[in-house]
Design a protein around this ligand. Structure first.
Ligand SMILES: Nc1nc2c(c(=O)[nH]1)N[C@H]1C(S)=C(S)[C@@H](COP(=O)(O)OP(=O)(O)OC[C@H]3O[C@@H](n4cnc5c(=O)[nH]c(N)nc54)[C@H](O)[C@@H]3O)O[C@H]1N2
Ligand SMILES: Nc1nc2c(c(=O)[nH]1)N[C@H]1C(S)=C(S)[C@@H](COP(=O)(O)OP(=O)(O)OC[C@H]3O[C@@H](n4cnc5c(=O)[nH]c(N)nc54)[C@H](O)[C@@H]3O)O[C@H]1N2
Ligand SMILES: [Mo]
Length: 687
């Protein structure tokens, strides 16, 4: 029996977003009736986005999965009949045993991501699949490129607390559309601006965030490393440097200086797509003092050269000493600030030796269709993710999911595109119906949420389903014999010192606690946890991996330097988030789909005119991978040569039945094995 706490109804937004908002919810007659921001939370300050304000509609969605289901029609059609939990668990155990007996355990592939940022639910399947010896999934779809680049310069994924931008002279929002994808940062930007900060947005198109800035640098996609190097060129040439910080806290400054002549503002202007004077003016502003704060988005790392971009941006505050200023520095992510020991949740000790093969999640389509893969993937278990919509190279993913000989189980809250391809669908609880501990990658508090609603129908949490499967298969049973709150207690107690001071009782009483970090928080004020203990302009680690040891501009594999591709696909196409969906989540909502209107492609006026395309026309966007249909939005918010497709629609709700990720490729970026979602060349034509 799950307890319900409708009396003190505080909750936490579970979605994969840097904000991790603290919520207040109202429950009446067993139904969620309203969700608002919790003004008492120090970071989110009562502000929430327009998606989560409508959470009642998601929780009580007509597309909620309420019981286990078995497929009765062809794959992809979404025809199901109700079955019992006992039947479902029994059938899965039987089928998996048969697959393991015939092909070995690596023929079983779990597929999950951060549908919930609750740590218990996120890691619920790891011990089970480790103990079974299943293929391991490389969870690379989001941050791994950015994090690999960031670590190369400063050793650990943390940075100055965003709240410190209030008091800065300059705030740079570099490749982050905060107005869509982390609204609380906009609260801080407004506060910083009211205190006199000049706000610059660096983004290939004029986002709502850019509209609220003092200046928008409309760069060419994938050119940020060149821009940052030109800024360094100016800082060095004009002596706008903190020599003391450079001497005591950095490595490789002389080598960097020798490397910079190739990157004068004049030399990079064409690649970056900005006049040299604009670059010089920006550099002077950045170098005017250490009180400049850069908030970097994960989004800009989704390019062929995205790791290098993040590595290069991490160098900038080290030149001006901004890392040591209470209102300066930079934040990409706060992800590793708590220093947690994830083995408590993940249980790598349960893996067989040698450890099973690794499948990169962004290449799911290849894994499901490659005839040379041995053993082939014969059973797929999807939870907390919707790969049919979110993975690149959608055509190949759908081809794989349609395989008749693949036994697919999808554990979901709502009947997604992926669920339509399942043999069995299992009903999942939402954050309103299960307990979890939430950490964020944009702020520095930990939060706990207890259930505020009973589970609808027969829904079970990831933890409960994995526990049942473990029991049925006779593996890792001891791990799942623990209660969720006992697991959270153990996880907290084994964190680094910053988290160990936080108790379960305190989280239960207050809802959140800030990590035990100083305020202001300046993790790189005296160096960084790299091999040298310094912020590394020069990285031996990069060199050993065959990558440039110094920040270096590498043109995109699929970008404007590829003359051979440009003849057929002359336009760069970026595919960032939209306002009302979160990845593919919320695409199920009729209300939010109406607000989002229809899938569009933004085209510059000149590009539209050259193709005879008018605003509102139906168009076809085609890449070397495939094509999908959109409505043209002719605008000066993007530059000629660059088109923008915002958001991930379920393809079932997309005109033509295919959505944005038919365009994107499953090749990996320069670092971390992540996807190059934004490095696409396309052509757009009227239909
Ligand atoms: N509304 C909404 N919120 C979300 C999400 C969503 O889908 N919708 N997704 C959530 C998730 S999973 C994540 S990881 C975060 C991501 O959130 P962020 O880290 O903020 O990243 P994005 O918003 O994906 O992209 C930021 C910006 O990068 C820009 N960009 C693309 N290429 C380049 C480039 O070459 N240079 C520069 N300078 N900018 C570039 C895009 O145009 C976009 O405006 O947001 C989360 N929040
Ligand atoms: N074109 C394009 N594609 C992208 C991106 C982009 O910017 N552009 N962004 C990429 C990024 S940054 C990311 S992180 C990925 C994310 O891709 P996904 O991780 O697939 O994220 P969502 O689309 O939000 O789907 C999460 C699913 O998990 C389900 N879910 C939520 N909580 C639970 C739970 O507790 N248990 C179970 N069993 N299910 C649950 C939700 O109902 C939802 O269907 O998408 C990537 N794809
Ligand atoms: Mo993400």
């Amino acid at each position: 029996m799950i307890p319900c706490y409708a009396i003190m109804p505080a909750s936490v937004c579970p979605h994969d977003c840097p904000s991790c908002c603290s919520l207040i919810v109202t429950v009446e007659d067993g139904r969620l009736t309203s969700v608002t921001g919790n003004p008492a939370h120090p970071f989110t300050q009562g502000v929430i986005c327009g998606k989560v304000r409508e959470y009642a509609e998601r929780v009580h969605s007509p597309l909620r999965v309420l019981t286990p289901l078995r497929r009765v029609g062809p794959k992809g059609r979404g025809e199901f009949a109700r079955i019992t939990w006992d039947d479902a668990i029994g059938e899965i155990a039987r089928r998996w045993r048969a697959v393991i007996a015939e092909h070995g355990a690596e023929a079983l592939l779990p597929f999950s991501y951060a549908g919930s940022m609750g740590q218990v639910q996120y890691y619920a399947g790891h011990p089970l699949f480790h103990a079974l010896g299943a293929s391991r999934l490389e969870r690379s779809i989001c941050v791994s490129t950015a994090y690999a680049g960031w670590r190369a310069t400063v050793g650990v994924v943390t940075g100055n607390d965003s709240e410190q931008m209030v008091g800065a002279d300059l705030v740079v929002l570099w490749g982050v559309n905060a107005a869509y994808s982390t609204v609380n940062v906009m609260t801080l930007v407004k506060q910083a601006r009211a205190r006199g900060a000049y706000v610059v947005v660096v983004d290939p198109y004029r986002t709502p965030t850019a509209q609220q800035a003092d200046e928008h640098l409309m760069v060419r996609p994938g050119s940020d490393t060149a821009l940052a190097l030109a800024v360094m060129h100016v800082l060095v040439a004009e002596g706008r440097l903190d020599r003391d910080y450079i001497g005591r806290a950095t490595l490789g400054f002389e080598r960097l200086v020798e490397h910079l002549p190739a990157y004068s503002p004049d030399a990079v202007a064409a690649s970056v797509g900005l006049p040299a004077e604009t670059i010089v003016r920006f550099a002077r502003r950045y170098g005017a003092g250490p009180r400049s704060f850069i908030r970097i988005g994960i989004g800009l790392s989704r390019h062929d050269n995205g790791g290098m971009t993040c590595r290069t941006l991490a160098c900038l505050p080290a030149l001006t000493g901004a890392y040591a200023d209470p209102h300066g520095g930079a934040l990409l992510s706060s992800g590793e600030a708590p220093g947690f020991d994830f083995s408590v949740l993940e249980r790598p000790d349960l893996l067989p030796r040698p450890a099973p093969r690794v499948v990169n999640m962004i290449q799911l389509g290849r894994a499901l269709t490659d005839p040379a893969l041995a053993p082939p993937v014969k059973a797929l278990y999807v939870y907390s993710s919707n790969p049919a919509a979110v993975c690149p190279n959608q055509t190949l993913v759908l081809e794989g999911l349609a395989r008749e000989d693949l036994f697919t189980v999808v554990h979901e809250q709502v009947l997604t595109d992926t669920a339509h391809y399942a043999d069995l669908v299992l009903p999942a609880t939402t954050s309103m119906e299960h307990e979890d501990l939430y950490r964020s990658y944009g702020q520095f508090t930990l939060q706990l949420a207890l259930p505020v609603l009973p589970p609808p129908g027969e829904a079970l949490s990831n933890w409960e389903v994995c526990a049942r499967l473990a029991k049925a298969l006779g593996v890792a049973e001891a791990h799942y014999a623990t209660s969720v709150d006992a697991l959270i207690r153990e996880f907290l107690s084994r964190g680094a010192a910053t988290a160990r001071t936080i108790s379960y009782e305190q989280l239960r009483r207050d809802g959140w606690a800030r990590l035990d970090l100083p305020r202001p928080y300046m993790p790189f004020a005296h160096g960084a946890p790299t091999p040298s203990g310094r912020v590394e302009f020069y990285s031996e680690t990069m060199a050993r991996q065959g990558l440039p040891a110094l920040p270096t501009y590498v043109p995109l594999t699929e970008g404007p330097e590829r003359q051979d591709l440009l003849r057929r696909f002359p336009l760069q196409c970026i595919v960032p988030p939209n306002r009302f969906f979160l990845n593919s989540s919320f695409s199920q909502s009729a209300l939010l789909r109406r607000r989002q209107k229809t899938p569009t492609v933004m085209l510059a006026v000149a590009d539209a005119a050259a193709r005879g395309i008018g605003d509102g026309d139906p168009v076809r966007v085609e890449s070397a991978r495939g094509a999908a249909r959109f409505t043209a939005q002719v605008t000066d918010a993007t530059r000629p040569g660059v088109v923008v497709v915002e958001g991930v629609w379920w393809h079932r709700f997309h005109p033509g039945g295919r959505s944005v990720n038919v365009l994107t490729d499953d090749r990996v970026t320069d670092m971390g094995g992540g996807p190059a979602f934004h490095s696409n060349l396309v052509e757009v034509s009227r239909v």
